[in-house]
Design a protein around this ligand. Structure first.
Ligand code: ADP
Ligand code: ADP
Length: 236
């Protein structure tokens, strides 16, 4: 069963068609890697799964993009969508707050209805799941922005999973990290797929081979520059 599915999905920036009839399925509790040359529309596709284009003038789509069978583009509650679909970016972007507050942030939003007294335990659990707890447990009040890049990225992962989404989208999550931090994130992803469905954009074929269950190869039409899927299948 797929948690995220695109069916004949076209995406346009005004008159430019960035995605041409994308049909892919990201199976539950698997890692799906989107790979392909720069400009083929990987980020566009990933961002559409989280409705990040809503405020981009001229952006529109056709076909369907489904989250657990539900059409993402007709969802009325963006907060609810983003609770179910977490996003991690290339450049770690912790909030200018303490480590604790970064993770507690989403849990404190009224819509979550999480009893206040449960928040510290939820923060700890998220930091443990993000393989960060041992490194930060004695400095939870320090700024999230004072850590190394790899730690910041794991903090962003902790922040995303604290609200227990179904899906984690990762847009080149290791591109700004050194090799050691990259390996740590890769191990973490493999660990996280027990609980989350993961879609990762990567430029790195070796990374896809190391982490992904399924690899989707995209490229673009040399004349129109529209991105399309060349092949999708089990990695290996
Ligand atoms: P990738 O992630 O594979 O590098 P992108 O999704 O970033 O590809 O970009 C796909 C195409 O859409 C590119 O031609 C890019 O220039 C174009 N594009 C991306 N964002 C915008 C935007 N906001 N407005 C217009 N064109 C865009
Ligand atoms: P990355 O390499 O991380 O994908 P880019 O430099 O391609 O980043 O894009 C950075 C930002 O500029 C993104 O928000 C993207 O949507 C936007 N963008 C990319 N191409 C275009 C374009 N042709 N017109 C307008 N915005 C664009």
């Amino acid at each position: 069963v797929a948690d995220v599915e695109a069916r004949d999905f076209n995406f346009y920036y005004s008159s430019f068609r960035a995605l041409d009839k994308i049909s892919i399925a990201a199976p539950k509790h698997q890692i799906t890697a989107l790979i392909g040359p720069s400009g083929c529309g990987k980020s566009t596709l990933l961002r559409a799964m989280n409705r990040m284009h809503d405020r981009t003038p001229g952006a529109r789509s056709e076909g369907s993009l489904l989250l657990q069978g539900q059409d993402i583009n007709t969802m009325s509650d963006l907060v609810e969508l983003r609770k179910r679909v977490g996003m991690i970016f290339q450049r770690p972007n912790p909030f200018p707050m303490s480590i604790y507050e970064n993770v507690a942030y989403g849990l404190q939003l009224g819509a979550q209805k999480i009893p206040k007294r449960e928040i510290p335990d939820r923060v700890e659990a998220a930091l443990r799941s993000a393989a960060l707890w041992d490194e930060v447990k004695d400095k939870l009040r320090q700024s999230g922005m004072a850590m190394s890049g790899g730690q910041q990225q794991r903090l962003c992962i902790a922040r995303a999973i604290a609200v227990q989404p179904a899906v984690l989208l990762m847009d080149e999550p290791c591109a700004a990290l050194d090799p050691v931090a990259t390996l740590k994130i890769e191990e973490l992803m493999i660990d996280l797929k027990q609980n989350y469905t993961i879609v990762i954009v990567t430029h790195n074929l070796q990374q896809a081979a190391r982490v992904a269950d399924q690899t989707v190869f995209m490229t673009m039409n040399p004349e129109t520059r529209a991105g399309f899927v060349v092949e999708a299948g089990p990695t290996g």
